[in-house]
Design a protein around this ligand. Structure first.
Ligand code: BGC
Length: 913
């Protein structure tokens, strides 16, 4: 037995910890099956070797989030933790880690928030500086720093960290994160600290009205350098009136608009320092992983467009900035414009950015230079290069920028297009997790839309460790929510619009997801007030019958089932959705009350649930089980949230299936129905319908976008039309993760992993055989260690490989077998005969003409066998018709279609082998 991956509050040996009861987690590895921890002992000593906690042997299998319960921790002290564990096989092991405390009480900071004053308003970013000498040798130096704006700091010319866009985006009026850096090695006898501050989210332009000064019109810097000398003395160097300020090379910088850097001879203005009133109680130590450049993608090709624009293609839509390596003439101005896509003629198409200009400008100094913007980011795959005549793709490097979350999960299968979809989901997550969960990274929005975050949260938490990221953002949500106003639509809240179902429900759903995935009760405790107040808010706005039927709703946002295309809310009755979600979050609130031991609240919300459910059933289902809105989404919510009367469930399922059939096996759902659509089918005996809808390749479907070359998830099912033209709505991002919520179904149903107990302390392994996917595999790094499920069903054999980490249990449902195997930790392999054949010829008489034409060979075959047919006047009416339907009116075409279908299937098979 061995212990590994020791964490304090999810981090490895963290610095500047501001919590007084940090929680410790470790993982166990063992060669023996059925390993369970039987006891642990934790020993904590401070930097002087003094024992501050000896837990003594604790008979417990708890190996995650064990809280420190020793002597009060001191500020700015390094602690060493040793954990000793015994298991049920009599084995022992230990592991060590450390953490360093920072400042527990923000009132202990002495710095002032300093501001730049220039004779006239300046767009150029202020550069604050301060010089100082050391009294003697320093043993430890920590920089505590934050800003009103975004900052980058350097000491003696070296950056203090690789973090970007610090201090991140919070509701600055109530919460401002500061960062803590170890700068010991940057110091010399005499030193200069320099900090550049840009507008960022604090003062910069934000929102679709592109308004500046959301939080204030004055930039500010707040910093303290804490020095510990070798002789034990301490010194604090803090921002105050003695610092200096001037303008620098960054002439202007805006998140939406881009940055201008003049490295030639910009006019440098000296300013003076003033201070502003600042309530330090809003300060909070950095709560989640910082934003960093996590990958560098070198330009892959140069393109000259029909309009003679010179472009670089990076092959992938990313979020970040481009670094340029160049030697240009002195004073030469180079501009990089950004876009996600080219139009159908191959020209640069920045329209999806709306008013966000996303232009970076460099003024060169005549030397070899590496130029990279600091305080902006763009969503792009292509850049248009202006002001540089000759260049090569490898002079441009896309620096992928996002919150640096650990990758924890992966889903793979034997269908390459589904793998591409999984990759697109993963990219849209990376591109949109930039300090807050944003809707999109490119246009004049990039806001923390609560609905988008909520629907994607399960998938996101499989892909990456979101525990700290969501915990931090939930504090932002809670800080802007109240019983009176409810919960905002975007957080941080710059729109001042509150309380719409599925959006504001984030208050309950997100803590629940984090609890389920990481077993972290802390997030439930912390959010309890916000959770139940949201339910109370709805309940306070219900009518006499107890239903919520007033106020603005987004409905099933962007669903395809409403005729009037200008209305984006879909055809499902918005109050059906509102009340369905009301019931769902009330149910989660009841469960939370039970977990936290709030018995009275539990009883209160149980009563509320019962009353609402009856009123809901009365209002929205007929006596015979018809739903008021016979849409896919209404049926899906009825089933998934378990709202229909039990005797009506079959009818609701039939409604769903016949609706899908009417759409020729396609979905028509929006943001609200899509996450649960396949789940509802798979859970109710209609997995094959889920699969056939999921594997559709023509519009609307997930794989349609894959076929159209998408490298991220689109906002709309039809963001790009089959002919390459764009949805003209003015709201058309190509990088919006909401529909990526299908990832949860791939992990949970197709690959077959669900938690039974929070944190996967026990879990279900139940891969569902999925026609078209002969092999699936899932790797998930749970808080107890890696879980692996690999399944294949081909050539008459089912094989299942399962890895169960120590200190957990699993229930394995083997495909096509009845019994449930209950196992402890270990590696399990099963192999047995089957008659099931999961391979599918992709094309059949159910295929639509559009699906056939999506195959690269199809057009050529039609041209050869039926010249001119595709140019016929009526052909566009046939695109969405299945072959069977077409043959109804043109039976003579049967041999043509049969030959083409066979040829396409053959070509696919050859490609696969
Ligand atoms: C955003 C969303 C959001 C929606 C709500 C859009 O502009 O991009 O994804 O959820 O508005 O209306």
């Amino acid at each position: 037995m061995r212990l590994f991956d020791f964490r304090t509050e999810y981090r490895e040996n963290p610095l500047g910890l501001a919590t007084k009861h940090p929680r410790f987690s470790w993982k166990i590895a063992s060669d023996e099956n059925d390993t369970v921890q039987t006891s642990y002992r934790i020993l904590v000593t401070d930097q002087r070797g003094r024992e501050t906690w000896n837990s003594g042997p604790v008979q417990s299998d708890q190996s995650i989030l064990v809280p420190y319960e020793g002597d009060p921790l001191e500020e700015e002290t390094i602690y060493r933790i040793q954990v000793f564990v015994s298991d049920n096989h009599g084995k022992e092991a230990s592991i060590e880690g450390s953490f360093e405390t920072g400042i527990f009480d923000a009132h202990h900071f002495v710095a002032k928030m300093i501001c730049p004053d220039f004779p006239s308003p300046q767009e150029a970013c202020p550069v604050f500086s301060h010089s100082f000498s050391l009294r003697q040798r320093v043993s430890r130096a920590r920089l505590y720093i934050t800003a009103h704006g975004v900052y980058e700091a350097a000491i003696n010319g070296s950056a203090v960290s690789d973090c970007r866009m610090a201090p991140g985006w919070t509701n600055y009026r109530k919460r401002l994160q500061y960062q803590i850096y170890d700068v010991t090695n940057l110091l010399g006898d005499t030193n200069q600290i320099q900090v550049t501050v840009a507008n960022g989210w604090y003062k910069g332009i934000l929102g679709f009205y592109c308004q500046p000064n959301q939080y204030g019109d004055q930039l500010g810097l707040f910093a303290e350098l804490h020095l510990q000398y070798e002789n034990g003395d301490k010194e604090v160097i803090a921002t105050d009136e003695n610092w200096t300020v001037r303008t620098g090379q960054i002439r202007c910088s805006e998140i939406y608009m881009g940055e201008t850097i003049d490295t030639d001879s910009p006019e440098i203005l000296e300013g003076s320092i003033s201070t502003k009133n600042f309530d330090s109680s809003v300060l909070t130590a950095q709560e989640d992983e910082p934003v960093r450049i996590t990958e560098r993608i070198v330009g892959i090709r140069k393109i000259t467009t029909p309009r003679a624009e010179s472009l670089i293609d990076f092959g992938q839509i990313v979020t970040g900035v481009v670094e340029l390596h160049v030697k240009a003439s002195r004073g030469q101005v180079i501009r990089l414009r950004h876009a996600e896509v080219l139009d159908k003629d191959g020209n640069f198409y920045p329209d999806t950015l709306r008013q966000a200009k996303s232009i970076d400008t460099f003024i060169c100094n005549g030397q070899e230079q590496v130029l990279r913007p600091h305080f902006t980011f763009h969503g792009f795959r292509y850049i248009c290069v202006e002001g540089l005549d000759h260049f090569e793709p490898d002079q441009f490097i896309a620096c992928v920028t996002h919150t640096d979350l650990e990758k924890t999960g992966d889903f793979r299968c034997s269908a390459p297009k589904v793998n591409q979809l999984q990759q697109n989901i993963s990219w849209s997550q990376r591109d949109n997790f930039l300090d807050i969960p944003t809707d999109c990274p490119q246009r004049d929005e990039r806001l923390g839309w609560t609905g988008d975050a909520q629907v994607f949260s399960w998938t996101a938490s499989f892909n990456r460790n979101t525990a700290l990221f969501y915990s931090k953002w939930m504090r932002d949500v809670a800080s802007e929510s109240s019983l009176e106003k409810g919960v905002p639509h975007v957080v941080p809240d710059i729109l001042q619009s509150y309380s719409a179902s599925a959006w504001s429900d984030v208050a309950v759903i997100l803590p629940w997801v984090v609890y389920q995935i990481y077993g972290d009760e802390g997030i439930l405790k912390e959010n309890w007030t916000c959770m139940h107040e949201w339910v109370d808010y709805i309940s306070n706005h219900c009518n006499d019958r107890g239903l919520w039927q007033t106020g603005f709703q987004y409905g099933d946002w962007l669903a395809l089932d409403k005729e009037e295309s200008a209305d984006r809310t879909g055809a499902t009755d918005p109050y059906f959705i509102a009340n369905a979600y009301f019931l769902y979050v009330t149910d989660l609130t009841i469960q939370t009350a039970d977990i936290l031991g709030h018995r009275d609240a539990g009883a209160k919300y149980r009563k509320l649930y019962q009353k609402t459910l009856l009123a809901f059933q009365d209002e929205y289902y007929s006596n015979t089980g018809r739903i008021v809105s016979e849409t896919q989404t209404a049926a899906v919510l009825s089933l998934y949230f378990n709202l229909a009367r039990s005797q009506d469930r079959d009818r609701v399922l039939r409604t769903l299936i016949s609706n899908i059939e009417r759409h020729k096996n396609h979905l028509s759902t929006g943001f609200v129905g899509t996450p649960y659509l396949c789940h509802a089918l798979s859970e109710n005996g209609a997995h094959d319908t889920a699969v056939s809808l999921f594997l559709k390749e023509d519009y609307p479907s997930w794989l349609y976008a894959v076929n159209m070359g998408a490298t991220t998830i689109w906002e709309r099912w039809n963001s790009i039309h089959p002919d390459g033209s764009f949805d003209e709505s003015g709201m058309n991002s190509l990088n919006h993760y909401a529909y990526g919520s299908i990832g949860d179904w791939l992990y949970r149903k197709v690959a077959g992993l669900s938690q039974i107990e929070p944190g996967y302390k026990s879990f279900l392994v139940r891969p569902m055989l999925t026609k078209g996917l002969e092999e699936t595999s899932l790797h998930f790094d749970s808080v107890y260690g890696p879980i692996v499920i690999e399944n294949s069903c081909k050539l008459g054999k089912i094989r299942l490989h399962v890895e169960v980490p120590p200190n957990t249990h699993a229930q394995i449902h083997l495909p096509e077998k009845e019994e449930i195997l209950k196992v402890g930790s270990g590696v399990y392999d099963y192999e047995y005969e089957t008659k099931t054949d999961l391979s599918i010829p992709r094309y059949s008489s159910d295929s639509t003409l559009a699906e056939l034409l999506a195959h690269p060979l199809a057009k050529e075959l039609f041209e050869q066998m039926a010249p001119g047919m595709l140019d016929g006047p009526m052909i566009q009416f046939a695109y969405q018709m299945s072959v069977t339907d077409m043959l109804g009116s043109a039976p003579e075409a049967r041999p043509l279609f049969e030959t083409i279908i066979e040829a396409l299937n053959r070509s696919d098979q050859e490609n696969q082998s």
